[in-house]
Design a protein around this ligand. Structure first.
Ligand code: DX5
Ligand code: ZN
Length: 215
């Protein structure tokens, strides 16, 4: 069963509680954290995650677009994130492993993220140690509302095969330019969690848009 994770990057931050309630028929809530260094944009941080946690029971799928993300694992875990995903490109491999160790120790689910340039094979050492999620970016991270990069579909299929071989419980999430049409391609390639910002918050009928993404 595919899970849908609306990205609150497309919400109205002055009406965040209302906009979280509007996506209550979805499964997870996708929270985009941007530091202005790993990506050019700055979005939200630890205090906002803490406030969201106090107002919803939804699973908080927290995407850290942050340099040296190990610096912030403890703070986001304590703020109430259920899952933290960190970019492989954001630090050297030993530091990425150390950040994942920290997530395990804190009891938060752990994920890794690949920018479009990063090859599928890069995930193998992480799958071998055990992961809860791999996130494949289908836009350059930093902004909502960009077009889906269809050239990432073979990478999604390749990672699906690697997950099935090394770590079958791991979920495969896709983020960037996902709409009712591209969602079908992602599901066919083996994705089982779909992030969508503009396709959900830009829709006149949000529950219908969420249902359409399920395929
Ligand atoms: C982009 C973010 C995405 C973004 C997706 O860096 O990671 O989660 O909100 O937005 P859409 O669905 O509009 O591409
Ligand atoms: Zn994201």
């Amino acid at each position: 069963m595919v899970k849908i994770a609306p990205s609150i990057l497309s919400a109205d931050f002055c009406n965040l509680e209302r906009d979280i309630q509007r996506v209550s028929t979805a499964d997870w809530l996708h929270v985009d954290v941007m530091d202005g260094m790993f990506v050019p944009n700055i979005s939200i941080g630890v205090p906002v995650v803490q406030s969201i946690r106090a107002h919803t029971d939804m699973f908080l799928d927290t995407h850290l677009m942050v340099e040296k993300p190990g610096r912030y694992v403890e703070a986001f875990a304590k703020a109430g994130a259920d899952l933290l995903s960190i970019h492989l490109e954001a630090d050297m491999p030993p530091a990425i492993h150390a950040a994942l160790d920290q997530m395990e120790a804190l009891g938060v689910k752990k994920g890794i993220v690949l920018r479009p340039i990063t090859a599928a094979e890069a995930v193998v050492p992480y799958l071998e140690r055990g992961l809860d999620l791999i996130l494949v970016m289908t836009v350059e991270p930093g902004f909502g509302g960009q077009s889906f990069m269809a050239d990432q579909l073979p990478k999604i299929s390749a990672i699906r095969a690697l997950i099935d071989r090394h770590c079958p419980g791991c979920r495969l999430e896709v983020d960037g330019g996902v709409n009712a049409k591209t969602a079908k391609d992602c599901i066919a390639a083996g994705a089982d969690v779909l992030v969508a910002g503009s396709a959900i918050y830009g829709a006149a009928d949000i529950p219908a848009a969420i249902a359409a993404l399920r395929g």
